[in-house]
Design a protein around this ligand. Structure first.
Ligand SMILES: *Cc1c(COP(=O)(O)O)cnc(C)c1O
Length: 223
């Protein structure tokens, strides 16, 4: 098990490096976010032992159970919140996550702005989630509303928006979605583009991703 995860980890890092070297649009720095949802703490420990420190979790509840004691042992961990966030979980999310990648609607922006000054806030940066495929069941601001929403969050709400995030539709080529996200980020000079998962991270890196969110390719299939 340990050997398998170490091998997958190195393969993924090598693949990212290779694609970066070959692709004119690739970012100079690409962060590997290890998506540890549903993974027991023992699996996370194996990655920590390899020196990895950047992780993503989907649910506030699960993150609160797993991460506070890992942080005591590894204070340089960076934890990103990447799953849908309800406004009644905002305070807890602001204490748990260094980055929240799922700012996707005005009501959530209002709530984040309202609680930003709270004591014990850990969150330093926000990414706006864009629903590039305009899927009704998926979270994210629609592409045609993204420009206004980004300006409003940074301007009126004074929120530190540093990037964009997308999850392309499952059954189509992801490249146009990554290109669209990159283009919206470019218009607003946003430095971070969180795009690419286990199945498509190489394509995302080719198209300028600064952060790939990889779960199953790293940890194996989730239970
Ligand atoms: C689960 C999840 C991932 C990782 O998915 P894999 O296909 O297992 O790499 C990435 N991003 C988000 C938002 C997720 O929910």
């Amino acid at each position: 098990m340990t050997k398998t995860m170490a091998a997958s980890y190195r393969e993924i890092l090598d693949r990212i490096k290779r694609v970066q070297a070959e692709s004119p649009l690739a970012a100079k720095q690409v962060r590997l976010l290890a998506v540890s949802k549903f993974q027991p703490v023992e699996h996370i420990g194996e990655l920590l032992a390899l020196g990895h420190r950047t992780f993503g979790e989907n649910r506030v509840q699960e993150a609160a159970e797993k991460w506070p004691h890992l942080r005591r042992e590894f204070p340089d961990i960076a934890l990103h919140g990447i799953g849908p966030l309800q406004t009644n979980k905002v305070k807890e999310a602001l204490q748990l996550f260094d980055v929240i990648e799922v700012l996707d609607r005005p009501k959530l922006a209002e709530s984040l702005a309202h609680h930003w000054g709270m004591p014990g806030r850990r969150t330093q940066a926000l990414y706006i989630q864009v629903n590039t495929g305009e899927e009704p069941q998926k979270a994210g601001i629609l592409p045609q509303e993204a420009d206004d929403f980004i300006r409003w969050c940074r301007g009126d709400k004074q929120l530190p928006v540093e990037g964009l995030m997308c999850i392309p539709p499952a059954d189509v080529p992801p490249a146009p979605h990554f290109a669209l996200l990159h283009e919206i980020a470019r218009r607003h000079a946003l430095p971070e583009r969180s795009m690419g998962m286990s199945g498509d991270f190489a394509t995302a890196v080719q198209l300028g991703s600064t952060e790939v969110r990889v779960g199953s390719a790293l940890f194996g299939e989730r239970a």
